[in-house]
Design a protein around this ligand. Structure first.
Ligand code: ADP
Ligand code: MG
Length: 393
């Protein structure tokens, strides 16, 4: 499970092909709105540069519908990286081919090149021809793109089969912190799960149920569980076809001696809108025609008290519709509780990470995963192909 990292190999004077995750959110004009993923890759890039490696960065951005769509190019990511590290980053207009090869083979020690979006080619198909062209550029492969590690693509998996391959520092940190929590957690181990759908999180719930002492469930998915307990949930989110499963998971919690806590009260609204009428009601008294959009104050306190005493906390999924301020309180309370907890606190999941960032708690927890889908699959206990392909220590 322990992977070799850039520290375990000699990179001086070598062409090092580094997969980074620069798939950052941008606004309508293409401006980067959150550069956390770029910043997170900097320690590996700086280390390689300082060791005298020739650093060839490759990344993907979005899902281009047509090759070389100007809106899907990664120039801005290169510019932002250059600003952050205070060194020139030579952005190329392609990621494979003769011109790219000429530039790459002429690099000097410490140079940085950023290749164009790999998704302009058949990266996602792990196309052998494309993989080979990419691999030709490097002598060593470093994967620092945890956020893309759950995919067996050319740039995450294919090249790792053709070159000696090790983890970057971000990759190592992600798999070490989350891996430790799953394998060997300090107890009590508490997981908080939320978000919209039970169906997205079944694998995570099932895996965590075998490991945690307490499982707290909030967010939209809590209502399917409340329904399974026989409560009326009004217009709250319901996955009818998952009610039975929710019941089974609650039974499993009992037989595994895991405390599973659901919201005891809720903020309900008369419609799904920022200016809706809202009120606090107990989970046993959700009115028909109203929908639960956040956990209530009693639940906030209940959850915060459990989190306070935990030695390991894993959180995935917001407690409410945090994008609308009136329904962000539960998510904020849980973020605050994590910030105050003295144990190891980990946030995984795209929206959860965004919420923690947006609410200003990102620096107050042990680790905010840069992977959305990847961290979910990791929490499900799956082997990520991009990780599995790296050399074992
Ligand atoms: P993550 O990306 O962290 O895994 P999800 O994608 O599963 O999280 O869920 C995030 C979404 O869940 C948010 O957009 C949020 O608005 C929504 N959500 C949370 N609670 C509710 C609720 N009670 N009703 C409807 N949607 C909710
Ligand atoms: Mg999400």
């Amino acid at each position: 499970m322990q992977k070799m990292t850039v520290k375990d190999i000699d990179v001086k004077g070598k062409r090092v092909l580094v997969r980074v995750d620069f798939n950052v959110p941008v606004d309508d004009s293409g401006n980067i709105t959150d550069d956390r993923r770029i910043r997170s890759a900097v320690p590996t890039i700086e280390y390689l540069v300082n060791q005298g490696a020739r650093v060839i960065l490759m990344c993907h951005f979005g899902r281009p519908k047509e090759p070389f769509d100007p809106e899907m190019k990664v120039d801005r990511m290169g510019e932002r990286l250059a600003q952050i590290i205070g060194r020139p980053v030579c952005k190329l207009d392609d990621c494979v081919g003769e011109e790219v090869e000429n530039k790459v083979f002429a690099m000097k020690d410490g140079d940085i090149i950023l290749l164009e979006n790999v998704r302009f080619y058949k990266d996602t198909k792990n196309d052998p021809e494309f993989t080979e062209k990419l691999a030709k550029l490097g002598e060593i492969f470093v994967n620092d793109a945890f956020g893309a590690a759950h995919r067996a693509h050319s740039s995450t998996f294919g090249v790792a089969k053709l070159l000696p391959s090790v983890a970057g520092f971000l990759m190592q940190k992600e798999i070490e912190i989350m891996g430790n929590a799953l394998r060997n957690p300090d107890k009590p181990f508490v997981a908080i799960l939320g978000g919209a759908k039970v169906s997205d999180k079944i694998g995570v719930i099932e895996n965590l149920l075998t490991k945690v002492d307490t499982l707290l469930i909030g967010g939209g998915m809590a209502y399917t569980f409340l329904k399974a307990k026989g409560y009326e949930i009004g217009n709250s989110l319901l996955e009818e076809d998952k009610v039975r499963l929710a019941k089974e998971l609650m039974d499993k919690a009992v037989s595994s001696n895991v405390k599973l806590l659901l919201p005891v009260d809720n903020i309900v609204a008369d419609r799904f809108a920022i200016d809706a009428d809202k009120k606090v009601v107990d989970s046993t008294a959700i009115p028909a025609d109203w929908e639960g959009l956040d956990i209530g104050p009693k639940t906030q306190e209940l959850f915060a008290n459990v989190i306070k005493n935990a030695k390991t906390v894993v959180w995935n999924g917001p407690m409410g519709v945090f994008e609308m301020e009136p329904f962000a309180g539960g998510t904020k309370a849980v973020a605050e509780a994590l910030a105050k907890c003295n144990g190891t606190t980990i946030v995984g999941g795209g929206d959860s990470a965004a919420a923690v960032e947006q609410l200003g708690f990102a620096n107050k927890v042990t680790h905010v995963s840069t992977g959305g889908g990847a961290s979910l699959e990791f929490l499900e206990g799956k082997d990520l192909p991009g990780v599995a392909a790296l050399k074992d220590r």
